[in-house]
Design a protein. Structure first.
Length: 66
């Protein structure tokens, strides 16, 4: 997988490390990003389930025989 190098505020990274319980800044930030992506997927799944229940099936009017 390709790697990307970014600059972040040191205080921000230290806080992420403490909250994640990880001693390596790279690992801590990676955990946060992966968690964010997983939460997004879970939210999408919940919304899709909710939307499926709200969908109304198309009702065709009765055809009159003439």
């Amino acid at each position: 997988m390709a790697k990307v190098t970014i600059g972040l505020d040191a205080e921000l990274v230290v806080e992420v490390m403490v909250l994640a319980g990880v001693g390596n800044p790279q690992d801590a930030v990676e955990l946060v990003v992966r968690d964010y992506i997983q939460r997004g997927h879970r939210t999408e799944a919940r919304v899709a389930i909710h939307d499926d229940h709200l969908r109304v099936k198309e009702v065709k009017p009765p055809q009159h025989e003439g």
